[in-house]
Design a protein around this ligand. Structure first.
Ligand code: IVH
Length: 687
């Protein structure tokens, strides 16, 4: 029997929801990404042919929501409670005792050791989702607990939030007619750090911590911005429900939510009595830094619902639950000095030197200040008393200055006029936020960073040349510039401290394995300011050879679709520098280092294939593939991969944290797809 399009669309949606469930909730996918993508492709095609079949809860419609002009108020059906805090073990013991006493005075029989459900206290922001007959109707922030803000269009972009709960046929449990479910939206630490690194590099405002980043991302007027941010959610409570029998305990509630497709925290455990609670607290505390997200404590909840109801609530907090906070990861200390570190392209980054202070169990004596703008925004001065925060693995930061304690002699921070490492002039390029040392390779700090970059994974990709070794090589003056790497001998290397003959030989072998490289990799490796991976690829494709690129004047450079006056000038300055020209000559010299890279074929796509004729731009980052790998693979299939979006772009593939290219594509009406579609394309299927 063949299904009609409507039935087929329904079946596809159900399958996709079932796979999402296995992927996000069970963390146990049963199909390959390609198989999953094939279902999405079929559904998209079906919907394209039969637009009347598109339903708002279709998995194809996540980023479709119209941007809301403002965040309308939403009344919660049941108020969103907060939790009392416990800071010491005694507070937890007292909480458990109060629960026992209250139950006893109410004449309720309770076990000697109450059963608790223990789970992390997630450091994100609370949200409430409302589902009707299994369909997501709206999503709201906590607000004042009674009324929150409507963030539906933004929440819909989170892939782990089901638009449709699993249907009665798919689950063993009943789907409620109405469900108001509560959880936490958060930004995993790694995604947060990447977001901030990019913001700092672009001279933009950085987020103080993952919670602020999550809140800022959710409160975006344009859901496409939210879609590009790495947000996740865990669900842990229900406000209101109708049409089902409520589970009898918290742990069953969590299981029930997971059955419906709502992701729950994998760290939640059943524990017995206060002893069980405290053991859980200590275990999680010890593992805190390894968790991929930030937590600021644990929450204990009396497990049995009958007992929860008996205990009730006081003011805005339940009597049956408490948050046991980890010791504050903020501390107060003195800012003794601000020093400037010199990065790969000479960028000066201010670093705070602090009076050492213990924050979250670790002694902190340095904190990043990101850039001069950040110093001005926070009005940080040397001699100030400052609040320092350290969250998990996140680099310590200065939260704010305690202005009351500012001494008279507090000094403003000035950008140095000369590089603190090499003494060359510090320049601020017009149109750029960053200040740079102009010393180039003659600055040892820049040299170390540049050398590190040269051999890094996305550049020449030499294994075994770690930071420490590069540091030693530069300090011992064995390596001054990239070409020197290839002149290193096993004998020289094995003379370095902590370097055996075997490791020395491995390094030399690894270097020689990378002698054959490609023009895009070489151009990226050079570390020319403004020339990242995609610009390097665009330059290689346009000019075809290093020689032609070096000969191009400013106008010829700007003719490359990706390149504006700033990068063109940066390229010219780089190639006009005698030192750089000499270095390139050495890199190519068959008697010396002799890197080899084939000429790049000009504008013509490198291969004929199913994607011939398409001009594709890739932006953002992907989880399963690097941009460079994707570029190479798409080119093999015949696509032209361009470095910037223009009217000629056929398709933009946007990963996480896509920025200006995504905005431009949207402005130009260029089709935008994500990593799933990229995988589909690479598996040779149409999208
Ligand atoms: S339960 C009665 N569980 O903490 C239920 N809250 O101080 C109240 N939070 O606004 C919430 N992790 O944003 C609960 N596992 C967890 C939590 C959690 C974080 C937050 C939530 C709430 C605040 C209460």
């Amino acid at each position: 029997m063949t299904l009609g399009p409507a039935q087929r669309a329904k079946a596809l949606r159900e399958q996709i929801v079932a796979h999402d469930y296995r992927y996000y909730v069970l963390d146990d996918p049963s199909v390959t990404d390609a198989e999953y993508d094939a279902l999405m492709v079929e559904l998209r095609q079906l919907e394209a042919a039969h637009p009347e079949l598109i339903s708002p809860d279709s998995p194809t419609q996540r980023v479709g929501g119209a941007p809301s002009p403002e965040f309308r108020p939403v009344s919660h059906r049941v108020g969103m409670l907060s939790l009392d805090n416990a800071f010491a073990d005694e507070d937890v013991i007292a909480f458990d005792r109060r629960a026992h006493e209250r139950l006893a005075s109410d004449g309720v029989a309770a076990p000697v050791d109450l059963l608790y459900s223990a789970e992390p206290k997630l450091d994100g922001l609370a949200i409430s989702l409302y589902y009707e007959n299994g369909r997501l109707i709206n999503a709201a922030t906590r607000g004042d607990g009674t009324t929150g803000e409507d963030v539906t269009a933004n929440i819909r972009t989170l892939r782990c939030v089901p638009l449709q709960l699993r249907s009665a046929e798919q689950t063993r449990v009943q789907v409620p007619r109405e469900l108001e479910v509560r959880g936490e939206v958060f930004m995993p630490t790694e995604g947060f750090m990447r977001l901030n690194e990019r913001a700092a590099a672009a001279g933009e405002k950085v987020f103080a911590n993952p919670r602020n980043a999550a809140a800022g991302s959710l409160r975006q007027l344009d859901p496409r911005v939210t879609a590009a941010r790495p947000l996740q959610a865990f669900f842990y409570a229900v406000g209101h429900w109708q049409g089902v029998a409520a589970p009898d305990s918290h742990h069953e509630l969590l299981r029930w939510l997971a059955e419906l497709g709502l992701r729950t925290c994998p760290e939640s455990r059943m524990v017995r009595g206060v002893e069980g609670c405290l053991a859980y607290y200590r275990d999680l505390g010890a593992r805190r830094a390894q968790l991929p997200y930030q937590i600021d404590g644990v929450v204990y909840k009396v497990d049995a619902r009958s007992l929860q109801e008996q205990l009730g609530q006081v003011a805005r907090a339940p009597r049956w639950a408490i948050a046991h906070k980890f010791p504050a990861d903020e501390a107060i200390t003195l800012l003794r000095e601000v020093e400037f570190q010199v990065g790969r392209t000479g960028t000066l980054t201010p670093v705070a030197r602090l009076e050492p202070v213990v924050v979250g169990g670790v002694t902190v004596s340095n904190a990043t200040l990101h850039n001069m703008d950040e110093i001005e925004r926070k009005d940080v001065r040397i001699g100030d008393t400052v609040i320092v925060r350290r969250a998990g693995d996140v680099i310590p930061e200065i939260v704010r200055v305690v202005l009351d304690r500012r001494p008279q002699h507090a000094r403003r921070v000035h950008l140095p006029e000369s590089c603190p490492v090499c003494g060359h002039a510090v320049v601020r390029v017009a149109g750029e936020a960053a200040a740079r040392c102009s010393g180039g390779y003659s600055c040892s700090a820049q040299r170390k960073e540049a050398l590190r970059h040269f051999v890094s994974r996305r550049a020449l990709d030499v294994e075994g040349l770690g930071d420490k070794l590069i540091e030693q090589l530069v300090d011992a003056e064995l390596v001054r510039s990239p070409a020197d790497f290839w002149a290193l001998s096993v004998a020289q290397l094995s003379e370095l401290p902590r370097m055996g003959e075997k490791s020395a030989a491995n390094v030399v072998t690894a270097l020689h394995e990378r002698r054959q490289t490609t023009l895009p990799r070489l151009l990226h490796a050079l570390g020319i300011p403004g020339v990242g991976e995609s610009t390097a690829a665009a330059l290689a494709a346009h000019f075809g050879s290093l020689q032609r690129l070096m000969e191009a004047d400013q106008a010829a450079l700007q003719a490359v679709s990706d390149i504006g006056p700033v990068i063109a000038a940066s390229l010219r300055a780089y190639f006009d520098d005698a030192g750089h020209r000499n270095e390139l000559k050495r890199l190519r010299d068959p008697a010396g280092a002799a890197l080899e890279w084939p000429e790049h074929e000009g504008r013509k796509p490198t291969a004929e294939g199913p994607l011939t004729g398409l001009t594709i731009v890739i932006t953002g980052s992907f989880t399963g593939i690097t941009r460079e790998e994707a570029t190479e693979a798409l080119q093999k299939l015949g696509a032209k991969v361009a470095g910037s979006v223009s009217g000629k772009t056929s398709l933009l593939i946007a990963g996480e944290e896509a920025g200006s290219k995504l905005a431009k594509a949207q402005a130009l009406g260029v089709r935008v797809v994500g990593e799933q579609e990229l995988k589909t394309l690479l598996s040779g299927q149409p999208i």
